[in-house]
Design a protein around this ligand. Structure first.
Ligand SMILES: C[S@@+](CC[C@H](N)C(=O)[O-])C[C@H]1O[C@@H](n2cnc3c(N)ncnc32)[C@H](O)[C@@H]1O
Length: 226
């Protein structure tokens, strides 16, 4: 087992024991905001979704799949990767039509390319900068020319959770140096505030209180001349 796999498994074991959860109201608002902004960003690159192919790295139990399916991407055009065995089983059970790539994303050998390669709160679980660069390079190789990397992750540390580390805007830009037409937007009211304010989420969701970045990075149709 690689160091990265050990690290992720230990991290998630600790999380199960501590039972970290969020308030339902908070997640309802945060998810609705994320879905609206993600849809708006995707519409800047694609006119329709039903022909697109989509891959999610570190898909967890598949919580994001229904959203992309509702957008119009058929389940049969969705590929999911995940490392933790119990989450792989959940993906198999809940989304049998999706194509599953189990195991560490860094070890996947894949010649296929996708219109959208997505990661959501995976990179902040990866603490080693070299592993982050390797995974970003792998994701870039899985994007079709003209397709995009789609990104959602936090850009500020959570002092109460040493198992994760922010990916700042500048680090994010550096991970995809060949990208064009990039979009990076702030979103998501900081969880420690959002969990306390309940239905006031929309009134307090100012950029200076937002912790996450939504990003899209397009692969040029014609590769740059070296
Ligand atoms: C915070 S969860 C997010 C799950 C999902 N992306 C979401 O947004 O709901 C991060 C997930 O990434 C997975 N993960 C982390 N590193 C990975 C790797 N190198 N290969 C595959 N999965 C990985 C973890 O096992 C975990 O399920």
């Amino acid at each position: 087992m690689s160091n990265l796999e050990d690290q992720i498994k230990a991290q998630y074991n600790r999380r199960e024991v501590s039972g970290i959860t969020g308030s339902q109201t908070y997640w309802r608002f945060a998810d609705a905001e994320r879905e609206k902004k993600t849809r708006d960003v995707l519409l800047m690159y694609f006119q329709s979704f039903n022909k697109l192919t989509f891959m999610e790295v570190g898909a967890g139990q598949g919580g994001n799949i229904p959203f992309f399916n509702r957008l119009g991407i058929p389940l049969t055009q969705i590929t999911v990767n995940e490392l933790l065995p119990e989450r792989i089983t959940a993906l198999q059970t809940n989304f049998p039509q999706c194509h599953l790539l189990p195991g560490n994303a860094l070890n996947i050998e894949l010649t296929a390319q996708f219109d959208i390669v997505y990661q959501s709160t995976v990179f902040t679980s990866i603490l080693n900068p070299a592993d982050r660069v390797r995974l970003a390079n792998a994701m870039w190789n899985w994007v079709k020319p003209g397709g995009i990397i789609l990104w959602y992750d936090f850009a500020f540390n959570n002092p109460s959770n040493p198992d994760v580390r922010k990916v700042t805007r500048s680090e994010l830009i550096s991970l995809f140096p060949l990208a064009q037409n990039s979009i990076i937007e702030k979103l998501t009211l900081a969880p420690p505030i959002g969990r306390r304010v309940g239905r006031l989420y929309p009134y307090l969701n100012w950029p200076f209180l937002q912790t996450h970045l939504l990003g899209a990075f397009q692969k040029p149709l014609i590769p740059p001349v070296k």
